[in-house]
Design a protein around this ligand. Structure first.
Ligand code: 4NP
Length: 178
């Protein structure tokens, strides 16, 4: 993971205004702290909030832990993302289904050999929330936003251990993540 080619990770939820922007910033924090050459972005399976800043509640709760979400803007997941990114992380199982559906479209559009993205759950390797969904906080109370942060921190620590274990390569291999 210390090769010159950055490893590219895309965090994905439904709206790209609550969970995946939080995951993007938290995962970036832990990767930077570990000196990993990783680029992180986020997107939504829907196009409900194009170009919108993260939900003000997500921003507020994140800020209390020192994370700044304010510069992020929502966008929808597109087929090109399966070519651009090495790893796409779904926040919940519905996201995972929708990502896999779009991946089949990307295969038809570009050919399977052109796709580089592995698809996994954010919590895939998380010992505290193993394969658990990051619950959607949008229609709930403040606890939900704190829970998103707790889970994103825990899962990001787990991903950093996985990334650290990858040998430096000129072309990054697909991770065995599923
Ligand atoms: P997110 O949360 O998927 O974590 O960004 C949501 C944001 C907006 C909506 C649903 C979930 N919505 O229905 O507008």
């Amino acid at each position: 993971m210390s090769s010159q080619t950055p490893y590219k990770v895309l965090c994905v939820c439904l709206g790209n205004i609550c969970r995946s922007p939080t995951a993007e910033i938290v995962l970036r924090h832990f990767c930077d702290e570990a000196n990993l050459n990783v680029i992180i972005d986020s997107a939504g399976t829907s196009n409900y909030h194009p170009n919108k800043a993260p939900d003000s509640r997500s921003q507020l709760h994140a800020k209390k832990r020192g994370y700044d979400l304010s510069a992020l803007r929502a966008r929808q997941l597109i087929t090109q993302d399966f070519i651009e990114f090495d790893l796409i992380l779904a926040m919940d199982y519905e996201n995972l289904d929708n990502i896999q559906q779009l991946m089949r479209r990307a295969e038809q559009e570009f050919g399977a050999s052109q796709l580089r993205a592995a698809v996994s759950l954010m919590s895939q390797h998380d010992p505290d929330f193993p394969q658990q969904e990051v619950p959607d906080p949008y229609y709930g109370g403040q606890d939900g936003f704190e829970h998103v942060l707790n889970q994103c921190e825990s899962s990001s620590r787990a991903w950093v251990q996985i990334f650290k274990a990858q040998k430096p390569q000129s072309k990054q291999p697909k991770l065995k993540v599923n």
